[in-house]
Design a protein around this ligand. Structure first.
Ligand SMILES: NC(=O)c1ccc[n+]([C@@H]2O[C@H](COP(=O)([O-])OP(=O)(O)OC[C@H]3O[C@@H](n4cnc5c(N)ncnc54)[C@H](OP(=O)(O)O)[C@@H]3O)[C@@H](O)[C@H]2O)c1
Length: 262
């Protein structure tokens, strides 16, 4: 019988990158409600401290760590900090990601390409490596990568982001294959449009009234007729982080309100 206790994260230690807002914050709070102690990492400590207070508010331990996950030295310092505090990492959510500027194939410069790849792909891969080494020593773990529908269907002027997010789907499969012998499962979620700062950034140069109209048109064109909320992502992520998904690895769950059906 499948009891709901198989969705519990009681006694587990989770590390969520990009945990200060948006999907990462919702995930960190969802994990805490499911019973996990949670480390939240991103570049800005004051934002993380607020989320850490919310996690403590539901009775779990929290640790905010400032780290740029596109930088190797920060990745290693992050893992060392978590190990010093908790001595283990059971769940890693590679959620930090962004596309800091628009550019096309005809005019992108190497620096922008590198910064997008470093955060969305290289950082995800090497943080997974560092955490998987710890998980291997402790008998297993779960890694969840946050990809995007852009990894399936390109969006104009953010090509390298789409390319990185497509690579995240393959990184998930590749890591799942290699880490399965160590009882480490690796899966991904691919969100569609979710109301966060990143989602709003696509209208950064559009006047507010127009932005509202365009957002509303975007929502109406979706089969579920609404933009996602960060909380809409949490159920899929808790499923992949918990024993409820014990026989699932290398998979990507698309949570896009039906966007890719159209
Ligand atoms: N929202 C959507 O529509 C959507 C759709 C598909 C996929 N996604 C994916 O979902 C994930 C979360 O995005 P979101 O929408 O929740 O975005 P968000 O609200 O803008 O949050 C992004 C988070 O990542 C952190 N971050 C950014 N750059 C970082 C870096 N270099 N090192 C460490 N942390 C960094 C940010 O904190 P700091 O600024 O303090 O570093 C913040 O906590 C991303 O991987 C994104 O690609 C989002």
């Amino acid at each position: 019988m499948l009891g709901l206790s198989r969705f519990s994260l009681e006694g587990e230690v989770a590390l969520v990158t990009g945990g200060s807002r948006g999907i990462g914050r919702a995930t960190a709070l969802g994990f805490a409600e499911a019973g996990a102690d949670v480390v939240v990492a991103s570049r800005k400590l004051p934002d993380l401290e607020k989320v850490a207070d919310e996690i403590r508010g539901v009775g779990r331990k929290a640790l905010p760590v400032a780290a740029h996950v596109g930088r190797m030295e920060d990745i290693h310092r992050l893992v060392e900090t978590v190990m010093a505090e908790f001595g283990r990492i059971d769940i890693l959510v590679n959620n930090a990601g962004s596309s800091p500027a628009l550019s096309t194939v005809l005019d992108i410069e190497e620096r922008l390409w590198d910064s997008i790849m470093n955060l969305n792909l290289k950082g995800l891969y090497f943080l997974s490596q560092a955490v998987a080494r710890v998980m291997k020593e402790h008998g297993g773990g779960k890694i969840i990568n946050v990809s995007s529908i852009d990894g399936y269907k390109p969006e104009h002027s953010i090509g390298p982001y789409s390319i990185a997010k497509a690579a995240v789907i393959m990184a998930t499969k590749s890591m799942a294959l290699e880490l399965a012998p160590y009882n480490i499962r690796v899966n991904a979620v691919a969100p569609g449009g979710v109301a966060t700062r990143l989602f709003d950034s696509r209208w950064f140069d559009v006047p507010e009234v127009e932005m509202k109209e365009q957002k509303s048109a975007f929502a109406k064109a979706l089969p579920l007729q609404r933009v996602g909320d960060p909380d809409d992502m949490v159920g899929a992520i808790i499923y992949l982080a918990s024993d409820a998904s014990s026989y699932v690895t290398g998979e990507t769950i698309i949570a896009d309100g039906g966007f890719l059906l159209t």
